[in-house]
Design a protein. Structure first.
Lengths: 423, 292
């Protein structure tokens, strides 16, 4: 065998090897440890289940999908490094977004720099979408600043005028996401942290709009806060009829709920930003009765999505997830599954993993011709926020998370318990 | 007035739990010169013992407490033999243990995460979310019981150190390791037993923490800063100092939290630490590194 033959053979073998291993690599950095670990672990389940099901059905465009997952320890700097590594070292073809506004905000700059499509499972702060990035696609109903719209609607539509709460206590973690919801409720200005310019002025705020007076506000630091009883006591002493607790994690929601029960607070209505998880119920039990929270997903919502071009409904997802993990999913697993469906449809729509083409295809979606997921239909405005998607509001009752608002959306709506009374 | 009494009660209740969490740390430093950054991660271990006892068999965390103490103390003996004993005579022992226990904390966190997942847990005996009401003022039962059990355990430890023969040996070793050894004290055994007691206290604290706070393996990073500041404030090695620092600072933090906002309450511990280090670097009780 002369040198030329050897070279040709080697090259041919190398090409065959590449063809045999042709696969789509997708990178995702998730907070599997640290403050966001509960949601991070569920995000991982959602991504992994979707990739597994895609591969069982032959992969995307006939190519197997490989998921490259890293734990960013809930740390922004680590999340940035891991996406840099996915792109420059692992040479991934596409990425899935990470969990939380806090991590998504810095990651967005990296993915924009490299021109990767950035599908976001959790990152509701409006400021993420006002940086001028054109590669963002948010897979939840709307920016966190507008969550209050659902609460206002719920109070006006479901509570008779004379019985509505008149005063509110708004307590919040000093966190990107929680601060964003608070800004909408209290009518604050949203500033761009990069240059200090005004992104939006939300005055007078959804609470004032609903005729509710805010009598108590408080913020706790993101880490190391333990004095929940003192906080709960202050909330109780404010005599607020509506308690709004904007926690950054389900864990904080558990701590605050237990403290409010201990001090025997008796509000008419309680609204949380977190707490759809089964861990929330395990930590609070009957104290969770009547607590309301917004959600992007509910097991009973009759959404119809696509997987490998075939119909894949929300009910199919619930069944597949339960079969795989032996427990029912919650929104933190459902949302990443939808992100994965979105990327699958983008790659198929673009005909390749060219991120520019994928981004173009996604941004051309319309409410009539949308991306179809288990969270329903998605089409986005030029900032990357979904068009015409209302938040769902759910309520815990007897250990079951019931879907209570908006009432016209689906047939499976439960009657809201009101007033809450004690915990 | 009712409000002020309320704030004091809430502060003391939290401080009682901090006191037990910090006292094991203080004992281990006092006797062994080990700056045990892994202490809070071992507290998490105690919390998981209580959690599984409660979850699987419905056993009250207060009843699981001795079980947690035994399991953690046994773990401590193994750790001591494996990791700490061989360098105990090194002149740079304290400095070395900082790095050593930092690594140990990560190993413990990883092991707990692998065994029990990173999901938050909390035990829910009825008293954990109940309170005694006296007029407008309430005393949270969970914190009250935890605080009382903490102080009882620390009291028993104090009596043991003050009146038992082995307690003498521990105090002697704390004051002067070489002199104690010259007088016939088996300092290696004293070291081993003190370490086991200190980590046993972490187990006890863990059982109490399990119903006072929710927890998950990486939660210990949030505790270490507060606990270290309490131990340094009290005077490294002084258990009484740690207890007083915990109670006083938790009350101050409760006032700060109520009147200046929750954001500032956590800061109280660190501001106090700065002030004490500037004015009295040995800490409140640093001159007398044994129980008064």
């Amino acid at each position: 065998m002369n040198f030329r033959t050897l070279l040709t053979t080697t090259a041919a073998l190398a090409m065959m090897a590449t063809a045999a291993h042709a696969e789509i690599k997708i990178g995702a950095s998730l907070p599997l440890t640290g403050g966001f670990s509960i949601a991070g672990a569920k995000n991982k389940q959602g991504y992994e289940l979707c990739v597994k099901m895609l591969n069982e059905r032959g992969g995307i465009n006939g190519q197997k999908v490989e998921l490259v997952l890293s734990d960013n320890r809930s740390d922004p700097a680590t999340a940035i490094n891991q996406y840099e590594r996915f792109i420059n070292v692992d040479k991934v073809d596409a990425v899935f977004g990470t969990f939380s506004s806090k991590l998504t905000f810095p990651v967005a700059n990296i993915l924009a720099k490299y021109g990767y499509v950035h599908p976001i499972p959790a990152g509701g702060a409006l400021r993420i979408y006002t940086q001028g990035h054109k590669n963002l696609f948010y897979f939840q109903p709307d920016a966190a600043e507008y969550v209050g719209r659902s609460l206002k609607g719920l109070i006006e539509d479901l509570v008779p005028e004379g019985e509505r709460p008149k005063t509110a206590a708004v307590v919040s973690a000093d966190d990107f996401f929680a601060n964003a919801i608070e800004a909408g409720l209290l009518g604050q200005k949203v500033m761009n942290p990069a240059d200090g310019s005004e992104v939006a002025d939300l005055a007078p705020g959804y609470l004032a709009d609903a005729g509710i007076k805010t009598v108590y506000t408080e913020k706790w630091p993101e880490e190391g806060f333990n004095d929940w009883l003192t906080l709960a006591n202050s909330i109780k002493r404010s005599d607020a009829e509506l308690i709004i607790a904007l926690t950054a994690s389900a864990e904080e929601a558990v701590q605050l709920t237990r403290a409010l029960k201990t001090v025997k607070a008796t509000p008419k209505m309680v609204y949380y930003s977190q707490g759809t998880q089964s861990e929330f119920y395990e930590g609070t039990k009957s104290a969770s009765d009547g607590i309301l929270m917004h959600t992007a997903w509910h097991p009973a919502a009759p959404f119809k999505g696509l997987l490998e071009g075939k119909e894949f409904t929300n009910a199919d997802f619930v069944k597949a997830f339960t079969d795989e993990y032996g427990e029912a999913p919650d929104e933190d697993a459902a949302i990443p599954f939808a992100v994965c469906q979105g990327i699958e449809q983008a790659i198929e729509g673009a005909g390749s993993t060219d991120n520019a083409a994928m981004g173009k295809w996604l941004s051309e979606r319309t409410p009539e011709n949308p991306v179809r997921t288990i969270l329903g239909r998605f089409a986005w405005d030029d900032k990357g926020l979904p068009l015409n998607k209302p938040f769902l509001v759910a309520q815990w009752n007897d250990g079951e998370l019931q879907f209570v608002y908006p009432t016209g959306e689906f047939p499976e709506v439960s009657k809201m318990t009101y007033p809450k009374g004690g915990f | 007035m009712g409000e002020i009494i309320q704030i004091v009660i809430l502060g003391l209740a939290l401080g009682g739990v901090y006191a037990l969490m910090g006292s094991g740390l203080s004992l281990v430093f006092g006797v062994m010169r080990i700056v045990n950054l892994a202490h809070p991660s071992l507290i998490m271990g105690g919390a998981y013992v209580a959690y599984w006892g409660f979850k699987l068999y419905g056993v009250d965390p207060l009843i699981m407490l001795p079980v947690a103490v035994v399991i953690l103390a046994a773990t401590a003996v193994i750790l001591y033999k494996l990791v700490f004993e061989r360098e105990a005579r090194s002149a740079k022992y304290s400095e070395m243990t900082v790095l050593l226990t930092f690594a140990l904390a990560m190993v413990v966190e990883g092991a707990l995460g692998t065994a029990f997942t990173n999901t938050q847990r909390v035990t829910s005996p009825d008293y954990a979310t109940d309170a005694f009401f006296i007029g407008d003022v309430f005393i949270p039962k969970g914190q009250l019981y935890a605080g009382m059990v903490s102080l009882a355990i620390i009291g028993a430890l104090a009596l043991f150190l003050k009146y038992s023969r082995f307690g003498y040996a521990i105090r002697a070793t704390t004051q002067n390791r070489e002199a104690a050894e010259l007088l016939g004290v088996n300092v290696n055994l004293v070291g081993l037993v003190s370490f086991a007691i200190g980590i046993g206290l972490a187990g006890a604290a863990g059982s109490l923490v399990s119903f006072v706070f929710s927890f998950y393996p990486s939660k210990h990073w949030e505790w270490i800063a507060i606990l270290m500041s309490l131990v340094v404030l009290g005077g490294m090695g002084s258990i009484l100092g740690t207890v007083l620092a915990s109670l006083i600072l938790s009350v101050i933090a409760a006032f700060v939290g109520t009147y200046f906002g929750a954001t500032w309450s956590t800061l109280t511990f660190f501001v106090a630490l700065f002030v004490v280090l500037m004015v009295r670097p040995q800490g409140l009780f640093g001159e007398k590194p044994e129980l008064a």
